[in-house]
Design a protein around this ligand. Structure first.
Ligand code: ZN
Length: 317
């Protein structure tokens, strides 16, 4: 059926429905597409963008709202953000308060047929410690760093794509299944590896690994809080005390943040800086060498396991 005929068909169906019931004002119709017109999906930041691309395959044009190299915590929407939302069929966001500007840009975009996917739906959210709560934000948004929760995010994205393009449900389900299997592998590795670790303590740069730590029975003591901020002199002093007291050998740094503070902490303790990346974007270097969310997560797991297995004076710490 041509696109024009499909549109006439939709109009006819809606007209019949309205004649049949004058109360039928909230009718729903899917976004029909010809083979030459893919659904347009807008994903807010890098991890949900990567999940969506893997699920959507060649059946959608997936674009990214927060520029790849911008830390999502630092992002402020622009008029072009609203323009992108106004022309999208589906908006995928991470949720759990990561993108507090979502209601504002959706309202401004005035796109009544927009399908919104809150990828955190159905996930048990955890509170951030009181000392890190800020601007009435008390929920930890960093769900994507736990591969088990990432699978739930993928499932939510599948549901949104199915609504926009019901004819490709089987294709999306197959892609999602393959992606979930990769997340299962990462999870299994971490479950097995944490059975024998030397310590359960690790020091990322900011409080990004709460869900990850909960999943694997670990404890993060970060340099500073979960929202956009920078560490105070007291934060730095506190973390140096923890590192010295617990004889920890590593302090985390991030790919999109200046490394001067982790370097300073390393210089003042026996710890060495190591990448523990919250994957809140993708640096130019990471893009150039072909990193993906899954590769970055594997890098994090490798490095966190190094930190968990190197502790104490025998390692010079
Ligand atoms: Zn963060």
């Amino acid at each position: 059926m041509s696109r024009v005929r499909r549109i006439y068909a939709i109009i006819a169906i809606v007209a019949v429905a309205l004649v049949g019931s004058t109360a039928a004002v909230n009718y729903y119709y899917p976004i029909f597409q010809s083979s030459s017109q893919k659904i347009k999906v807008l994903a807010t930041f890098y991890p949900v963008y990567d999940y969506t691309r893997n699920v959507a395959g060649d059946r959608a044009d997936v674009s990214l709202l927060v520029p790849m190299t911008v830390d999502v915590h630092d992002f402020e929407p622009t008029p072009s953000s609203i323009q992108s939302v106004s022309t999208a069929n589906v908006l995928v966001y991470s949720g759990a308060g990561l993108e507090p500007w979502i209601p504002q840009i959706v309202a401004a975009a005035n796109n009544p047929h927009l399908i919104q996917v809150d990828s955190s739906q159905g996930i048990d959210l955890i509170q951030v410690p009181p000392q890190f709560q800020k601007d009435n934000r008390a929920v930890d948004p960093h769900i994507w760093l736990d591969p088990v929760l990432a699978k739930k995010q993928v499932d939510n994205i599948v549901q949104g794509l199915n609504k926009a393009d019901p004819s490709d449900q089987a294709y999306f389900a197959a892609n999602a299944g393959a992606y979930r299997a990769k997340l299962d592998l990462v999870n299994s590795e971490m479950v097995n590896a944490t059975v024998t670790v030397a310590t359960h303590e690790f020091v990322p740069f900011h409080v990004a690994f709460g869900y990850f730590a909960k999943e694997y029975g670990l404890n993060q003591t970060a340099v500073f809080g979960p929202f956009e901020d920078s560490p105070s002199a007291q934060d730095i002093q506190n973390i140096e005390t923890v590192i010295n007291h617990d004889h920890l050998c590593y302090v985390g740094f991030e790919s999109l943040e200046n490394t001067s503070v982790p370097d300073q902490i390393a210089a003042a303790t026996h710890a060495r800086p190591i990448l523990m990346d919250p994957i809140e974007g993708l640096s130019i270097h990471d893009q150039a060498v072909g990193k993906t969310y899954l590769i970055k997560l594997q890098d994090d797991i490798n490095n966190i396991l190094i930190a968990l297995n190197h502790v104490g004076p025998e390692f010079g710490c």
